[in-house]
Write a protein that binds this ligand. Structure first.
Ligand code: ATP
Length: 587
């Protein structure tokens, strides 16, 4: 029953079935050599070469060679088995990770806000590893161990018949429940403990990833000690949770060995009472021991299945996560939109009972530049985020070029929208490839042309390696203004009809700001632009301003229309102007 849950994943072994089968057969050969080969060596070869009628010369060598042959089959078989199983296992791991990662690429933003980056990383890296180990070792053992068991039981039956004594078989059979019981009890405990340990592994990862991404804040606020203690605490909780899994996992082997020890004592007693010769006793004991070995390993299989079940739950949480922004059943292909946007009675809730937008209506014409202004938390970003379907409206309809966005293929929809975000995030790659994000097959001439339009060409060319300069992770080797211009170059290259511009809140130096202003003005020409305006310097170029307050659009018009008529707008504008004036006096 437990295996049934894993059955869909055994398919990952298909592409490496040849390696897997080689490994499996090698494992079976090793198993037969262990299960039957060793007892027979003890039963026949040892008495033969030590008896009075021991063969001589070549016959003796031949008889003795049987021992290394049995051991060689066991050793080579085990090695080939381990190598090919590792090959198959690594392939499964690669496929599994790729599948989970691909699924993460499809999931909506809300999923990433609900789950910490560190925990997701742990699921992609650690839980996949756990599952792959299980898939490979389980299949391997489920074939190999019963063969060993069969070989050993056959040897036992043969020896029992030969010595006309079936008590040995009865001993083996009677001790079976003694082995199965601990396997079951421990397995149940283990699945709970394993789940807890894997959650804690995720928590440790979260602390690391959060710390590294916020390293500037950690330094600036002297948080090193606090962070170290936080990490230590997370590690310690993980340590305690892991130790509990070890406690149960490692109890199984000694318990089965204890049962084995009693069985051996009983066998010895019966053998002595019945007056069986010492060689036969040794052979029977080896066969008996060889019966318990596979039982022990099958017990471990059950344990690792339980541990992997916990990992599987964690992976399926990603693999089966509901896409809250699903693709339409028959998505409409619209590779090139004109850029008209319409919100019809749109409401949006991040959390129940707390609307971020309430009954919003807006029509934005093709090529219109619209600034979204309003107090912090009024819903400006939320409004803009609904256009590329980062989230879906809870109520109401959004149309692009008169087509409901939910009907447009997500790929085409997002291909029609360029995002110039507040904090331009760049990848650890060359500057050229960072600009190519907008159009992966762009030639270097196209990249250079886009950089020129974004006023980024002069600073890029000043670098020793120019466009081939490699950036550090997140582009942290560039200034905020430079990053922003590369992000604008991406948008030029992408040439999408709709631009969402999240204006940087942090002030840039006057020169950088001027360059960005020029670049944005050029980018806005002929496109529909939504500017999430934090500073009012940008809105002078807007055709229209939408004023947001508490999730609603409370006014719409040009600056000259709004300033006298809308108190909120006038208030915000005056405050901004005052701040800007004070800032300019300071500099
Ligand atoms: P700002 O100017 O500060 O960026 P904004 O006008 O863009 O603000 P939004 O970011 O749209 O405002 O936020 C609107 C409301 O939704 C706020 O009350 C905010 O707290 C809430 N909110 C925003 N993002 C989330 C989220 N991911 N989860 C839950 N609530 C959110």
């Amino acid at each position: 029953m437990l295996l049934k849950r894993f059955s869909p994943y055994f398919g990952y072994l298909k592409p490496v079935r040849l390696q897997f089968l080689i490994g499996l057969f090698a494992g079976i050969a090793a198993a037969v050599a262990s299960g039957a080969g060793l007892p027979f060596v003890i039963e026949y070869i040892v008495p033969l070469v030590t008896s009075d009628e021991a063969p001589e010369g070549l016959a003796l060598v031949g008889a003795l060679l049987c021992i290394p042959i049995v051991f060689s089959v066991r050793a080579i078989g085990s090695y080939v088995n381990a190598y090919f199983m590792a090959h198959a296992g690594m392939h499964v791991l690669e496929e599994l990770r790729a599948k989970v990662f691909r699924r993460l690429q499809q999931l909506p933003l809300a999923f990433f806000q609900k789950n910490s980056a560190g925990d997701l990383m742990s699921r992609v890296m650690v839980d996949t590893q756990q599952l792959q180990t299980t898939l490979v070792t389980v299949v391997n053992r489920l074939v190999k161990e019963p063969v060993t068991l069969l070989a050993a039981v056959s040897a036992l039956i043969f020896l029992s018949i030969k010595h006309e004594n079936s008590v040995f078989m009865l001993i083996a059979l009677a001790s079976a429940p003694g082995c199965v019981l601990p396997i079951n009890i421990i397995g149940k405990k283990l699945v709970k403990k394993a789940r807890l340990a894997q959650e804690q592994a995720g928590a440790v990862n979260s602390v690391v990833s959060e710390n590294i991404s916020a390293i500037r804040e950690v330094r600036a606020y002297n948080l090193e000690e606090r962070e170290s203690s936080r990490f230590r605490a997370a590690c310690h909780t993980f340590f305690k949770a892991s130790l509990k899994t070890v406690k149960y996992n490692k109890a199984l082997t000694p318990l089965i060995e204890l049962v084995t020890a009693f069985a051996i004592v009983l066998t010895l007693y019966v053998s002595v009472v019945q007056g069986i010769e010492p060689e036969a006793i040794a052979a029977i004991l080896t066969a008996l021991y060889m019966c318990y070995e596979p039982v022990k390993k099958l017990g471990a299989v059950s344990n690792s299945l339980r541990a992997a079940e916990a990992s599987l739950d964690r992976l399926e949480y990603i693999l089966h996560a509901e896409d809250s922004v699903p693709e339409a059943a028959s998505p409409i292909s619209m590779p090139k939109l004109a850029g008209k946007i319409e919100f019809q009675d749109v409401s949006f809730y991040y959390k129940a009972q707390e609307p971020a937008l309430t009954s919003v209506n807006a029509q934005i014409e093709t090529g219109e530049v619209v600034a979204l202004v309003g107090p912090s938390g009024a819903g400006k970003s939320t409004f803009a985020n609904l256009v590329p379907r980062f989230y879906d409206a809870t109520q109401g309809t959004i149309l692009l070029d008169d087509t409901e966005i939910k009907q447009i293929s997500k790929h085409d929809l997002r291909g029609n929208v360029s995002l110039v975000s507040q904090e331009a995030i760049l990848f650890a790659d060359s500057i050229a490839n960072n600009i190519r994000v907008g159009k992966p097959d762009a030639t270097i001439e196209e990249v250079q042309a886009a950089a020129k339009l974004a006023h980024a060409d002069s600073f890029i060319e000043a670098f020793e390696d120019g466009y081939e300069s490699i950036l550090s992770e997140r582009g942290s080797s560039l200034s905020g203004g430079q990053r922003q211009r590369i992000s604008i170059a991406r948008a030029f290259l992408k040439n999408a009809p709709i631009i969402i511009l999240d204006e940087p809140t942090s002030a840039l130096d006057a020169e950088s700001e001027h360059q960005i202003q020029l670049a944005l003005e050029a980018l806005s020409k002929g496109r529909t632009v939504l500017i999430i305006a934090h500073r009012f310097s940008t809105i002078q170029h807007a055709d229209r301003i939408l004023v947001f307050e508490a999730g609603q659009i409370v006014a719409s018009g040009s600056h000259s229309e709004l300033y006298p008529s809308c108190d909120l707008y006038r208030d915000l504008y005056d405050k901004q102007s005052k701040t800007a004036l004070e800032a300019s006096n300071l500099t």
